[in-house]
Design a protein around this ligand. Sequence first.
Ligand code: TZP
Ligand code: MG
Length: 212
Amino acid sequence: MKDFRLYTITGEEFHSGRSMLEVMEEAVKGGSDIIQLRDKFSSKKEVFEKAKKLREMTARYGAAFIVNDHIDVALAAGADGIHLGQDDLPLSEARKIVGEDMIIGISTHAIEEAREAERNGADYIGVGPVFATKSKVDVIDPVTTSYVKQVADEITIPFVAIGGIKLHNVDQVIDAGADRICAISEIVGSTDIQGTCQAFLDKLDAKRRIEK
Ligand code: TZP
Ligand code: MG
């Protein structure tokens, strides 16, 4: 998959009066190079309608588009990939359905899950929740930055840190070894979405400069 740095997920409870499309377009304009449609409440038909809009918008900007949970919606809307959790269809089965070209991302909360996802051909993994978050209903206890460090030290496929990541604490996540950051509320709840994305990217860039 094309490399990415800033991953934004929809969280319509934080969009505060703005349309989903408008919010996500701001995120892409701000430099978010991968976006995910995550909707645990709407009917499949509604999710599909949203997916089509996001597909069209992301294609215009050259950003990647991922659908959470719904493999059928991802395929029907022409998404670049799907994101699955530990309780979704197993990766090997999902791969049979979507084929080799589609991106498959897997949420992980422990190093055994990360190793398994890597072994089974995940394109990237999510690592979290790093900090406490209210954006996920069935959320587990924070995995902390020590899990980020463990993954950074051992796993070779791309990983994205997620969960409670804000501009004020992202440095801790970057210091633990994360090169890619994902956020919902800090980005989509911002009154200056582009500025927030740019500030995350500046922090990631600062790390790259130090490492060079
Ligand atoms: N998976 C792990 S934490 C999380 C998801 C979807 C929610 C992240 O949202 P926020 O608002 O960035 O904490
Ligand atoms: Mg899921």
